[in-house]
Design a protein around this ligand. Structure first.
Ligand SMILES: *Cc1c(COP(=O)(O)O)cnc(C)c1O
Length: 399
């Protein structure tokens, strides 16, 4: 059998680890294995290692070391940030939260639970280009608003929100501002002070670090409550023996990403635009999300008359690993909540393809995708009753 080459373009779901991140983890399995809570030398050496990883991460985002709390990943950081702001707000009689309809499920499902617990959530309408404005946030703020939580960059359509302006509005109104920056950190320049961010969620495996580790930045003066009770780790805010190897893998991956940010962004942007130009030649196709305020590695397109799932399966047979909507919803036949929030009709939202690049992708890979996707789309349309009705003019084209 001919060996199938793999073209991995699902980096928004997860990334492969970098050699620097793997190397940074090695010492913490057998050499520096102590428990940072132990008073003896072996423990204290581990504690110093943990502290220096924390300092490195803090410095890379413009924070102070004691503002970084390690978590098991982006989902936990989102849960802890939102729950904490909700508890703080409720203590002051403030039970209103502002967000958007196209957040990650770690945010949306936490908000849904809070609604059941008596909080009121305003979900701002996302424009058809996948953006919201700071003015819209300002208009939604009320005297009882406890929290604004809006993602930095969307995981499906890649749109980048005007975070600095939204943060400034929250600051002026003395409302806590949390941003899920899981897709942005390591891919876009971020400085929590300049960007007016109170709380920020990050996850290592989205920037070539290990899975199962992330962090929450929480500005000094913003109260944090525990999700996980236990020991006094993380300044009493998260019980459990620290994952030092993971934390060091994350710190090394973030350092590498931040140091190479300009060239990685330029490379991915060029690959992205080549891919968009190539695939846009397919008739009745559409790029979802703003083309300018967009993650360098994100391509998201709809092809009328076909199912995203069938497209993915056939592309997989050609070695192209992509995604339709987010990994968390694929497997279900529900259309993407993100594309629906952008106002796409159900039948169009079913046919989406997300190709998320990393700086390791090559021009040859992009050209392979540009050659293969049209063939698969043509084949699927040839057997699609929906496409038949569209091409006979029995139903109108929507794109
Ligand atoms: C991946 C992702 C998460 C979840 O992060 P985990 O570390 O996998 O829990 C949260 N938000 C966004 C935007 C993501 O892309």
């Amino acid at each position: 059998m001919k060996e199938q080459k793999i073209v991995y373009v699902d980096n928004a779901a997860t990334t492969a680890m970098s050699d620097a991140a793997i190397a940074a983890m090695q010492p913490y399995f057998k050499q520096i294995y102590g428990n940072p809570s132990s008073l003896h030398t072996v423990g204290q050496v581990a504690k110093e290692a943990l502290d220096s990883a924390r300092a490195q991460i803090a410095q890379l985002i413009g924070a102070k070391p004691n503002e970084i709390y390690f978590t098991s990943g982006g989902s936990e950081a989102d849960n802890q940030a939102i729950r904490s702001a909700a508890i703080s707000g409720a203590l002051k009689g403030k039970k209103h939260i502002i967000s958007t309809a196209f957040e990650h499920h770690a945010v949306l499902h936490t908000l849904k639970k809070l609604e059941k617990e008596g909080f009121e959530v305003t979900y701002l309408d996302v424009h058809s280009n996948g953006l919201i404005t700071a003015e819209e946030v300002q208009a939604a703020i009320r005297p009882d608003t406890a929290l604004v939580t809006i993602m930095f960059a969307n995981n499906e359509v890649g749109t980048i929100q005007p975070i600095r302006e939204i943060g400034a509005v929250c600051k002026a109104n003395k409302v806590v501002f949390h941003t899920d920056a899981v897709q942005a950190i390591g891919h876009l320049p971020i400085n929590v002070v300049d960007d007016n961010i109170d709380m920020l969620s990050a996850s290592a495996h989205k920037f070539h670090g290990p899975k199962g580790v992330g962090f929450l930045y929480c500005r000094t003066g913003v109260r944090l409550f525990n999700l996980i009770e236990g020991g006094a780790q993380e300044r009493n805010r998260r019980g459990g023996t620290e994952n030092i190897a993971g934390v060091w893998g994350m710190a090394a991956a973030l350092k590498e990403a931040v140091e190479h940010l300009p060239e990685n962004m330029a490379k991915e942007t060029a690959l992205r635009d080549r891919l968009i130009a190539g695939l846009s030649k397919i008739e009745h196709s559409k790029v979802n999300g703003d083309l300018v305020n967009r993650l360098p590695g994100n391509v998201n397109m709809c092809f009328e008359g076909i199912e995203g799932e069938s497209l993915l399966l056939l592309l997989d047979q050609k070695g192209i690993c992509a995604s339709s909507g987010s990994a968390c919803t694929s497997g279900s036949l529900d259309p993407s909540h993100v594309l629906l929030a952008l106002g796409l009709p159900h039948e169009v939202a079913h046919g989406s393809l997300r190709l998320s690049l990393s700086e390791w992708n090559t021009e040859e890979e992009i050209d392979y995708i540009i050659a293969e996707v049209p063939k698969v789309v043509e084949y699927l349309r040839s057997i699609s009753p929906v496409w038949e009705a569209l091409s006979k003019g029995e139903t109108p084209h929507l794109i």
